[in-house]
Design a protein around this ligand. Structure first.
Ligand SMILES: C[S@@+](CC[C@H](N)C(=O)[O-])C[C@H]1O[C@@H](n2cnc3c(N)ncnc32)[C@H](O)[C@@H]1O
Length: 273
């Protein structure tokens, strides 16, 4: 199995060629089904049933590659048209074990609607292999810093006698909740690489840091512009990405080349006097 390379092809066909139980972590951001009107890849199915039948086939093919202690994250969203995601979650939770539902709070609304609140979040369904499977998850890797004011208030609290121990504890930060607030990428963002549903690196980073160790294999069957690959490589994981559209592969390769060039660049700067 070759890692750190993009496979150009159909997700199901390519997933079936990968060895069983080879991935520690799967991050899948599949087509939504008729949400992006101008995108051919989001409009390949004749009906909701076709889409759901395909969805079950690719999730089965991906689950085959998951290690017993691995986690499998699948992106989806609800909005005006995207109720299909509910059917998908219900079907897939019969195939694999439901583990969690993570909310990605995009901070800025999208797909405005006037008959309800403005949609502002997406979901990340987390699955594991079976009820008995104990997935690897490192909460310490994704702790969040306490606000300065909170730290000062905790230190003033008379109940804590050993202030040094308390400060050390507070400096480690607090556990992240399953609501991940990461602003979605604006058109003007430097990170934006030319894919209509590119995910922010900061968001993918939290999934990779918490759910894999260095050198583990991270698999993304719908790689798009390569966000998972770029973050996995930066964090020294191995990765495998599958993408059907060669134009998106070009974007991903450009992002990877930029990352590799940065990694190889000398760390010192000439200090001008
Ligand atoms: C929602 S996007 C993924 C975006 C990605 N997370 C990023 O940050 O750029 C879904 C991707 O799936 C790809 N795709 C659609 N059908 C596919 C298939 N059968 N096999 C592999 N990739 C497919 C599309 O070309 C699209 O780039």
């Amino acid at each position: 199995m070759t890692t750190n390379d993009i496979i150009c092809g159909d997700a199901i066909a390519e997933l079936l060629k990968l060895p069983e139980r080879s991935a520690q972590l799967i991050i899948a951001d599949p087509p939504y089904f008729q949400v992006l009107q101008g995108e051919e890849w989001d409009n390949q199915w004749k009906s909701e049933d076709d889409y759901l039948e395909w969805s079950i086939r690719w999730t089965r093919a991906a689950a085959r590659t998951l290690k017993d202690d691995g986690l499998f994250y699948i992106f989806g969203q609800l909005g005006k048209r995207e109720h299909i995601w509910l059917h998908f979650c219900s079907l897939v939770a019969k195939e694999l074990q439901f583990h969690d539902m993570i909310i990605w709070d995009r901070a800025v609304g999208y797909n405005e609607r006037y008959d309800s609140f403005t949609p502002c979040y997406e979901m990340i369904l987390a699955l594991r292999k079976s009820t008995d499977a104990k997935p690897y998850f490192n909460k310490d890797a994704v702790r969040l810093p306490y606000e300065e004011e909170k730290i000062r208030a905790y230190l003033r609290d008379k109940r804590y006698k050993d202030k040094t121990a308390r400060l050390l504890h507070l400096e480690k930060g607090k556990y992240a909740t399953n609501i991940l607030r990461v602003p979605s990428l604006k058109g003007s963002s430097k990170e934006k690489a030319g894919h209509p549903s590119q995910k922010p690196e900061k968001l993918i980073e939290q999934l990779i840091l918490s759910s894999s160790r260095p050198n583990d294999v991270v698999l993304d069957p719908f790689l798009g512009s390569g966000t998972t690959a770029v973050v996995a490589e930066r964090l020294e994981r191995q990765w495998i990405g599958i993408e059907i559209n060669p134009n998106y592969i070009q974007i991903a390769e450009r992002r990877l080349a930029e990352l590799r060039a940065k990694k190889e660049a000398p760390l010192f700067k000439t200090i001008s006097s």
